[in-house]
Structures are given as structure tokens and as C-alpha cells.
Design a protein around this ligand. Structure first.
Ligand code: GLV
Ligand code: MN
Ligand code: MN
Length: 418
């Protein structure tokens, strides 16, 4: 039942940010580690989608799922010039609770704040939840926004597999979504006048500046490369060291080389995911599959860093008598967020008495992908330790609430009278 007033306004704020947060907190959380495992198109993902849809319905927002599995909840008049806010609800393995989820909960809470003020948007305000932002299940980060923007081919996306060999197409179908229709959505993009994603800060720049909220300047170029080292399985107790073709050795020296290259080039390089096959304690592995995540302040430095790591991997593969294949799985060029939109947002925040330092970041975001197509900006909420992609990720409630107030002020400005 709708409790919107006859003028079409949404109902009064049904919950506080803290209430919203409490509800969302338990979904997809691992009891043992305290980290989140909200992988796309799994039951935890469905539970997140159900939660969001229910919250949107409570506010009389009309929710739709686009062809790519992204959710859009509409507030105000339908039509062009939509002001989009939101983020993602999926997580990395044992991720923190704030990465993505804070932007979604803050968007709902901002609508509540604006409703309390009896604000009604003149342009649509749309709350978006992008799918598979982390690429934790299918390997390509920001998959939902990349598909929307035409930055990844639908056929290639459908064929992506998870670690169990399930394709994206199969996973979507199993969750009741038709994978045949994924792909670019020009009309949706044309209808967007601005995108503002609020996100927990990843890094620790705001704490020393004594600021609860910052705005994004840009995103470092970054990418993912899969390295397959293939050797020969053998007996750990009988195969002589000199006779072995051990892919683990080639991999191990590549990890060290990556650290050295990153240090030398002032870049970042991480091997955070590795699969040894067949993964037996008493056997030389037959293969090691490893994923390199590399990021740098500019594209030339990123390329040099990755080339250096790749050469080191080739050299150690030769030395160990194993073969190596390297494949780039995703790449995001340097992102510069829209300066005009950023200045406008900073003006709004200043008028609300908030200082908003401008920060670069090495973390990828859907707003970064969509910045190539629509005016985009980001708000960061202070992270006192800077830790992210970890159960230790944190933001204080007071800072989250400051983020909600900041987002509400920005939406009021962007979707209010021209
Ligand atoms: C997303 O969080 C990324 O930067 O990997
Ligand atoms: Mn993340
Ligand atoms: Mn995120």
C-alpha cells in the first residue's frame, strides 16, 4: 500500500540511517571472519537486492532491474535529466561492510532527510545499485556499469566464469535474470544529468585533515592480469630438486619482482588471489594461476610497472622450466571526475558549513566507469584507519550521518529548482 500524499510526495522518513544500517549489516556476513561475502547472483546478493527493493518500496520509489542486473529506484517525476546516486552491494571475499553498502544506505537515508524537509525533486532522483562492482565472482570489476556503458562486450561478459566454472550467463539465469539482453543502454545514459556516488574513504587522507567528507578528484588507472604458470606435478618426497618443473617457484619470484617493480616505479602491485593445482601438500603443483592487480598515478607508469613484472615472470618461468601465459582481464584508464560538477558540489557543501578536501584515489568505482559517459562525482566518508577490503574497514556513525547530510544537500541542489 502506498502512503504517498495525493501530490505524489513520498512518505515521511520511515527509518534513520542507523536503523537502515542495522538491517543491512547481517546480510552476507561470515560468522567466523566477520567479513562480507556478497557475491553477485548468489543467495546473499539476492538478499541484498530484496532488502534494497523493500526499502525503496517503503519510500514509494519505483524499482526496476535493467538488462544488466543493475537496480534503479526512481523518485520524483519520470523523464530526462535524472540525478543518479547509489553504489554497489556486492563485496570482495571477506570485505568490509561499508564498501559500496554505505553509498546505497546513504542514498536511501538522504531521500528520508529530503522528505522530512518536504523537498520534492523537479528532476528524477534515481537510486542505483550496480552489480558485480568488485568483480569478485567473475573477475571483471564494475561489470554492471561497464556493460551499461558499452565498455565490455556482452558475449565476452556472458562467457566469464567463476572459480567453479559457472558462466555469468548461467549464474544470471539461475538467479532468474535473462543474460541474452545484457549490453549497452544508451537511452538510460542519455537520461542522466549527473551521477554522484558516495563511498567510504579507502585510504586515510581525511582523518589528518579533520574532515568528515571529501570529494574525489580522479581515479588512478588500474587493471587485472591473469598469469598461468604451468609445470609438471611430481612427488614431494622423491622428485629431486634439480628435476622439478615447479610453477610455485616461478610464481613466488614473480610476487617479489612485483613488489620491487611497484616500489621502483611508485606504483602498486598486488597478488591477492592465487590457485595452486591440484593443491596437494605432498605434490609439486602442476599449475599456479595468479591474478595481478596493478595501479599507478598515470598510464605510462602503469604500463612500465606491468611490463617489468611480466618480464620477471617470463624469466623465472624459463629458469624453472615452466610455461607462462598472461592475459589482461580488465583495464580502467585514468579517470578525471567532472570539474564543474565537483566545484558545484563543493560550493553546496561549503554553504552547508562542510569543508570537503579534494582527494585522488587508487580504488575503482562505478562512478569512474560512468564518468566517461555522464558528468560524475564522488563523495568520500572519512575512514579513520584507512583500511578497506577487510573486515576491519570502518566509518564512525557520526561521519556516515554527515555523509548522508552532504549527499542530501547535493541532491537537493542538483534535483531542485534550476
Ligand atoms: C574496487 O574496490 C577496487 O578498486 O578494486
Ligand atoms: Mn571495493
Ligand atoms: Mn566500492
Amino acid at each position: 500500500m502506498s502512503n504517498a500524499d495525493p501530490g505524489g510526495r513520498s512518505p515521511k522518513a520511515p527509518t534513520t540511517f542507523a536503523d537502515l544500517w542495522r538491517e543491512l549489516e547481517s546480510i552476507g556476513r561470515d560468522q567466523l571472519t566477520g567479513g562480507y561475502r556478497r557475491y553477485s547472483w548468489t543467495p546473499a546478493d539476492t538478499a541484498c537486492r530484496t532488502w534494497f527493493t523493500r526499502q525503496a518500496a517503503k519510500r514509494d520509489l519505483a524499482v526496476e532491474t535493467d538488462h544488466n542486473g543493475n537496480l534503479w529506484a526512481w523518485w520524483g517525476p519520470r523523464g530526462p535529466g535524472a540525478v543518479v546516486t547509489g553504489s554497489h552491494l556486492d563485496s570482495v571475499p571477506d570485505g568490509g561492510g561499508f564498501d559500496g553498502a554505505l553509498g546505497v544506505a546513504a542514498a536511501l537515508a538522504a531521500v528520508d532527510l529530503l522528505n522530512e524537509k518536504a523537498f520534492y525533486p523537479e528532476r528524477p532522483v534515481v537510486l542505483a545499485v550496480f552489480t558485480e562492482e568488485e568483480g569478485a565472482r567473475f573477475g571483471v570489476s564494475c561489470l554492471g556499469s561497464r556493460l551499461l556503458a558499452g565498455a565490455v562486450q556482452p558475449d565476452a561478459a556472458r562467457a566469464l566464469t567463476d572459480d567453479q566454472g559457472v558462466t555469468l550467463a548461467e549464474a544470471m539465469r539461475a538467479a532468474g535474470h535473462d543474460p541474452a539482453r545484457i549490453g549497452p543502454d544508451e537511452r538510460r545514459l542519455e537520461g542522466i544529468s549527473a551521477l554522484v556516488e558516495l563511498h567510504v574513504e579507502q585510504g586515510r587522507a581525511l582523518a589528518p585533515l579533520d574532515a568528515a567528507v571529501g570529494v574525489a578528484e580522479g581515479i588512478w588507472p588500474h587493471g587485472r592480469w591473469r598469469l598461468d604458470f604451468t609445470g609438471r606435478a611430481d612427488h614431494a618426497g622423491t622428485a629431486q630438486l634439480a628435476d622439478r618443473r615447479d610453477p610455485m617457484l616461478a610464481y613466488a619470484s614473480t610476487v617479489l619482482a612485483a613488489r620491487q617493480a611497484a616500489t621502483a616505479h611508485r606504483a602498486l602491485a598486488t597478488f591477492g588471489k592465487v590457485i595452486a593445482e591440484p593443491n596437494g601438500t605432498n605434490a609439486v603443483p602442476s599449475a599456479v594461476r595468479a591474478w595481478l592487480d596493478a595501479r599507478a598515478p598515470d598510464e605510462a607508469v602503469l604500463e612500465t610497472t606491468v611490463t617489468t613484472i611480466r618480464s620477471a615472470a617470463e624469466k623465472s618461468a624459463r629458469e624453472q622450466g615452466v610455461t607462462l601465459s598472461v592475459r589482461q582481464e580488465s583495464y580502467t584508464p585514468l579517470v578525471r571526475f567532472d570539474e564543474k560538477l565537483r566545484d558545484r558540489i563543493r560550493g553546496v557543501l561549503a554553504a552547508a558549513g562542510m569543508t570537503s578536501p579534494v582527494l585522488p584515489t587508487g580504488a575503482g568505482h562505478d562512478a569512474g566507469i560512468l564518468a566517461a559517459r555522464v558528468p560524475a562525482a564522488m563523495l568520500f566518508v572519512r575512514n579513520p584507519t584507512g583500511i578497506s577490503h577487510s573486515p576491519a574497514e570502518h566509518a564512525d556513525l557520526a561521519d556516515c550521518e554527515a555523509g548522508v547530510r552532504a549527499l542530501a544537500a547535493v541532491l537537493e541542489d542538483l534535483a531542485g529548482p534550476a
